[in-house]
Design a protein around this ligand. Structure first.
Ligand SMILES: Nc1ncnc2c1ncn2[C@@H]1O[C@H](COP(=O)(O)OP(=O)(O)OP(=O)(O)O)[C@@H](O)[C@H]1O
Ligand SMILES: [Mg+2]
Length: 302
């Protein structure tokens, strides 16, 4: 059996007393596009830096493509296309020279591959990097991550600063990497983007793994947040008995709940109360975590 693309066991990193990540057990299979989803400070970048041996663990182990990240960091970095969360460029070079330089450092790079990536992302290779906007620098960071055509890509918030069209071009690159049998780890704050491109994802918050989901599981468990205003006082008992309704709060003429599955039973039950207004939306990231893992009551404002 081939080794997993990424495997961590009890991976832990404290910064002094501060938890970066703790007791992380993660397995990413070869050929997967794997999302790493969590809010600010969740431990995504810490984990990624541990995988690349840019920082050392407090305890635990990490392996990439069968190699020990701590003992064989150099070999690991050769096999990984890495996009850091904060990229430090050689600001006085133009994009072309910077990519040439990185190409030499990281082994053979096909100039045609660089040209094609740059064109698809609309990256400007002529201007000095220091004069480029944030999004245009990010395009260069993506080019350098993909240009070595490594078996594993580790991308720390790759879509930061990209406009929607460039995001689309980026997602197409990820799809092609998957089709070519390469593995991608992609960190994100954004559930929508993870849903769009990943096969599975891990949720982290406050340095802890909260869960690992497949997209199929997620679709089965997808909920909507519904707020409804009626013309007559609502009877909570009627709504509590409906299938797929949870987190129900009825207060006179208003009702809030989460709905799993079709909205029709709720609409039918509400119709006799002369519905004045109804709002239905997908949960945001925070609410998604709460609904999925039930840490607190789901909030409806915002
Ligand atoms: N160099 C450091 N020194 C001290 N604490 C750190 C350091 N780097 C990270 N941390 C702490 O470790 C925790 C995890 O940070 P990390 O950067 O891994 O989160 P993240 O999930 O990448 O967040 P973001 O989405 O904001 O990039 C945070 O509480 C952070 O403050
Ligand atoms: Mg980060």
């Amino acid at each position: 059996m081939t080794a997993p693309a990424i495997e961590t066991r009890d991976l832990t990193r404290f910064y002094g007393k501060h938890r970066g990540v703790e007791a992380l057990d993660l397995t990413v299979h070869g050929g997967e596009v794997f999302g790493f989803l969590g809010p600010n400070g969740a431990g995504k970048s810490t984990t990624i830096r541990l995988l690349l041996d840019l920082i050392r663990p407090t305890r635990g182990t990490a392996r990439v493509l069968g190699l020990d990240c701590q003992g064989q960091g150099l070999e690991v970095r050769r096999l990984v296309g890495y996009l850091p969360g904060e990229y430090r460029f050689y600001e006085n070079l133009d994009g072309r020279r910077m990519l040439e330089y990185l190409g030499h450092v990281g082994g053979q790079v096909d100039p045609a591959v660089v040209a094609s990536l740059a064109e698809r992302l609309g990256a400007d290779l002529q201007r000095p990097i220091r004069t480029l906007s944030h999004g245009n620098k990010q395009k260069l960071a993506i080019v350098q991550a993909f240009m070595h055509e490594t078996p594993l890509l580790i991308l720390d918030e790759p879509t930061t600063g990209l406009d929607p069209l460039v995001q689309q071009a980026f997602f197409a690159l990820v799809e092609e990497a998957r089709a070519a049998g390469r593995t991608v780890l992609l960190s994100s704050h954004n559930l929508g983007e993870v849903e769009r491109v990943c096969d599975r994802f891990a949720s982290v918050r406050q340095g802890r793994l909260v869960g690992v989901e497949t997209m199929a599981d997620l679709r089965d468990r997808a909920v909507r947040l519904v707020s409804l205003t009626a013309g007559r006082p609502l009877d909570a008992g009627v709504f509590a008995a409906l299938p797929g309704i949870d987190d129900l709060v009825v207060d006179g003429l208003t009702l809030h709940c989460t709905v799993q599955g079709p909205l029709q039973p709720l609409l039918a039950a509400a119709a006799p109360y002369e519905v004045v207004d109804i709002l239905s939306r997908e949960p945001n990231l925070e609410e998604f975590f709460l609904a999925l893992y039930g840490q607190r009551e789901v909030r409806h404002e915002g």
